[in-house]
Design a protein around this ligand. Structure first.
Ligand code: ADE
Length: 235
């Protein structure tokens, strides 16, 4: 079994590389991929760079070139739901692209012909995350994540995304990674720790909390890997 762990920014995968210590680095398609053996399974780790295009490229590469069979995403997000505060963890149940707009042709926001507004994350991995949260004594919220090539720092835009997609959080990569994994038949799990409230203070909050929130998310994702290893050893 080979598992991909991806983030968008160096800070999002740094805690994972630190934990592994020993890994092999490969340059491929303009990016660095880190391979390691961990508890008897193979891992491939990378940060994609920000946005839907780079994240789709990295997810595709991890699957098609490095042979990843499951993909776990770890990173930070802006809160849409007022219930989510800085440091809280959210697991995506389904994801949409909030900036995909061919409404001029009568289609809903986030939709293109032969696609769908939402892509659902793997239910077994979400179930597993509930057990992990329990064991870690952490509360993890399940919700809808909206993705777009835009750092949202505007209450009006945030509220529009919230009401149009019933989104609980927003970020810039999950929706595109979801499309890639769904198309290639790879189970995926998107976890985000809140870094800001996508409002006028978002950029300051993001800068302040990126590192600590990224650590929260990365620690949880590594526990998910442990759980996957356990479940493989049982079968
Ligand atoms: N990731 C973290 N915060 C974000 C925001 N406000 N907008 C887009 N992506 C984010």
């Amino acid at each position: 079994m080979k598992i991909a762990i991806m983030g968008a920014m160096p800070e999002e995968i740094a805690p994972i590389l630190e934990k592994l210590k020993d890994y092999k680095t490969t340059n491929y398609a303009g990016n660095k991929y880190y391979e390691a053996t961990y508890n008897g399974i193979e891992l491939v780790i990378a940060y994609s760079k920000i946005g839907k295009v780079f994240s789709a490229l990295t997810a595709s590469t991890m699957i098609e070139h490095f042979g990843a069979e499951k993909l776990l995403f770890s990173g930070v997000a802006g809160a849409v739901s007022p219930k989510l505060k800085v440091g809280d963890l959210i697991v995506a149940t389904k994801l949409a692209q909030h900036d995909l707009d061919i409404t001029a042709f009568g289609h809903p926001f986030g939709f293109v012909p032969e696609g769908s507004v939402f892509v659902e994350a793997n239910k077994a991995l979400i179930e597993m995350s509930k057990q992990v949260a329990k064991e870690m004594g952490k509360s993890v919220v399940e919700g809808i994540i909206a993705t777009g090539d835009q750092f949202v720092a505007n209450e009006e835009r945030k509220n529009w995304i919230g009401s149009t997609f019933e989104a609980d959080a927003l970020e810039m990569e999950g929706g595109s990674v979801a499309v890639v994994c769904d198309a290639l038949g790879v189970d995926f799990f998107i976890l985000r720790a809140i870094s800001d409230a996508a409002d006028m203070d978002a950029s300051f909050s993001f800068d302040e909390f990126l590192e600590t929130s990224a650590i929260e998310s990365a620690e949880f994702v590594m526990k998910m890997v442990d759980k996957i290893v356990l479940s493989l050893n049982k079968n």
